[in-house]
Every structure is written in structure tokens, then in C-alpha cells.
Design a protein around this ligand. Sequence first.
Ligand code: ZN
Length: 122
Amino acid sequence: MSTAVDTEHFKQRLLDERARVQEALDYLHEENPGSMEDETQEIPSDNHPADYASITVDREIDYTLEENSEQVLSSIDGALGRIDDGTYGHCVNCGHAIAQDRLAAIPWATHCIECKRLEERG
Ligand SMILES: [Zn+2]
């Protein structure tokens, strides 16, 4: 029982998130100009609050910027690789286990909170 991390759970989340980011990127690349004319605000009750609950995460993630999306994509790929390696859930810098609540918020986190803070301090 050395691994407390449920990698299957996180793998599924990573794959879901990857699909979502890829979709956002595809949309950014399309750049359909001026097609909003016919589409009024009369959108039927088509929102899924449950979906949004799962992506209310830190400011570390900002889907609005394409380069960020691409960065998230590569981070997700990295995390999926670490699941295969068996190193997932451990800080790539110091090797310590990354806190569960941090992983829950950012499944592709590469650094424990201590190293992340040091990094942000620059
Ligand atoms: Zn660390």
C-alpha cells in the first residue's frame, strides 16, 4: 500500500481534460468570424453545471490563452506518461508525494506545493 494515488481515477480525469482542452484549441484555431449574427441569446437550457464544477481550479489554468492551452496539453501528456512510468503523483523536482488535494485540483501538477512556491518566487 505504498501508493495512495488512485492512478486510474486520475488517468480518466486527465484524458477527459485533454479532450476538453483539445476541443478548445480546435475552436481557437477555427476563428469563425462574424457568424454570431443569427444566433440570438435564446439558448435553451443546455448548460451542464456538473461539468463546470470539475474545472473550477486554481488560477494556474487559463483556457482563454491558446499558448496556455498548449502548455496544459503537454502537461497532461507528461502526467499520462508518468502514470505509465509509475512516478505519477510525485514531485519531479524533489520526489516527494504531491498533496492529494493539489492533484485533485490540478491532476497534471508536476511539482509539490513547496517547489511550486519556490519556482514562482523565481
Ligand atoms: Zn517538490
